[in-house]
Design a protein around this ligand. Structure first.
Ligand SMILES: Nc1ncnc2c1ncn2[C@@H]1O[C@H](COP(=O)(O)OP(=O)(O)OP(=O)(O)O)[C@@H](O)[C@H]1O
Length: 389
């Protein structure tokens, strides 16, 4: 049974905010650590808008600037330039405690000498909530995360998952309009992470007015929770769209690879009509989607190079004798229980092996000859990467 209470809670208004403004705005925000030549630019011209009630995941590899973006919003780091707004109100120069944001970090950050209820009450006191209200607010917040029975315990008497629930309760107790979560599941084991992910989905549904910014380097968390995913690389935002669009029609090879380990094969464009393409991969003709991005336009010119993006589950392994199949050989095999991940090398293209997921336990040995087919329109063209600026 779920431990998150799905009762809906309405966030209290923050003073000075406007109703129609985005809940969160980053406007050309730059953050650097250190000064002069040795400075690290951790956020470069970062723009992002999050609507009330929307969840945006900041996804990217280690060091790409995700936590820095949260810190700039929470007030833990000061931008060199740019503006941070909450509900339309400029908070760039406001101290963290005055921003009214709930923050949950990976390490729980509970006070070890305080009981659970005192931990949750702490934030309320620092937000000057009247004494008479504190008890009720603490009970409500603990009930939301299914921890009502644990108010008298110390953090050391709780499991990792329970401590993280208390940390979430503490963030929710102030009834924030904006909730920041920085890798909240990273310290938990795989099984607990999965159940907490389900609970976070329920929490999201229970807080329809609360905007959430969720930092993760785990694409499955981002896909499960986010309305939109903002992909970061080297201190910059590289792509932003709905989870579904980024997954199905990745606008860049970086996002394609980062979001779900896509196969990216060098291809040559034969012709594109509308959003359908005919390309060749290693000389074999393949049909693919050739989508256009939301903003801008991609010219898929005949004879130009592109990348063919295909997910491992969409690759079909057939008999090498089948007409139109690309000849290949199995070079690796990993049984994963419900499926087997096979690595196959196309004849003539050994440097770009393809990963293919096959249902069940596939016992074909390494060295077996196979044929590779991509289902009609099952692959998507992605622009070949240009130089990183
Ligand atoms: N306090 C600091 N002093 C100096 N450099 C820092 C500091 N905090 C972060 N950085 C640097 O800024 C860059 C961005 O760091 P940030 O923590 O925002 O990345 P991240 O995407 O959240 O990474 P991770 O997934 O590993 O947490 C990195 O190069 C990091 O080394």
């Amino acid at each position: 049974m779920s431990r998150i209470n799905t009762r809906r809670v309405t966030a209290t208004a923050t003073h000075g905010a406007t109703d129609h403004a985005p809940a969160i705005t980053f406007d050309r925000v730059n953050v650097a650590y250190g000064r002069g030549r040795g400075a690290t630019r951790a956020l470069i011209d970062f723009n992002l808008r999050v609507s009330p009630g929307e969840t945006v995941a900041l996804l990217g590899p280690s060091g790409s600037g995700k936590s820095t973006a949260l810190k700039a919003l929470a007030g833990f780091t000061q931008p060199v330039s740019g503006t941070v707004r909450l509900g339309g109100r400029d908070v760039t120069d406001l101290p963290p405690a005055k921003r009214g944001i709930g923050v949950v970090v990976q390490s729980y950050a509970l006070f070890p000498h305080m009981r659970v209820a005192e931990n949750v009450a702490f934030g309320l006191r620092s937000h000057r909530v009247p004494r008479s209200e504190i008890g009720g607010r603490v009970s409500d917040a603990l009930a939301m995360v299914g921890m009502s029975a644990y108010g008298k315990r110390f953090p050391r008497e709780l499991s990792g998952g329970q401590q993280q629930r208390v940390a979430i309760a503490r963030a929710l107790a102030i009834r924030p309009k904006v909730l920041l979560l920085d890798e909240p599941l990273a310290a938990l084991d795989a099984q607990l992470r999965q159940s907490m992910l389900t609970e976070l989905q329920q929490l999201r549904a229970a807080l329809p007015d609360t905007a959430m910014l969720y930092v993760t380097h785990d694409q499955s968390e981002a896909l499960a929770l986010a309305d939109r995913i903002a992909v970061m690389r080297d201190a910059r935002l590289v792509d932003i769209d709905t989870a579904e669009n980024l997954w199905k029609r990745p606008p860049s090879s970086f996002t394609a690879a980062f979001l779900g380990g896509a196969n990216l094969l060098p291809a040559v464009v034969t012709r594109v009509i509308g959003t359908s393409a005919l390309v060749t991969v290693g000389g074999t003709p393949v049909t693919a989607q050739a989508p256009q991005p939301e903003i801008g336009h991609v010219d898929w010119e005949s004879d130009s190079g592109a990348l063919l993006c295909i997910r491992p589950h969409a690759v079909n392994l057939v008999s090498p004798a089948e007409r139109g199949a690309m000849p290949a050989r199995i070079v690796g095999t990993v049984w994963r229980g419900a499926s087997t991940r096979l690595t196959v090398a196309l004849v003539g293209m050994p440097e770009t092996p393809i990963e293919a997921d096959v249902t069940g336990h596939d016992e074909r040995p390494v060295g077996t000859e196979v044929g590779v087919r991509f289902p009609d329109q099952g692959a998507v063209l992605v622009p070949a990467p240009g130089p990183v600026s």
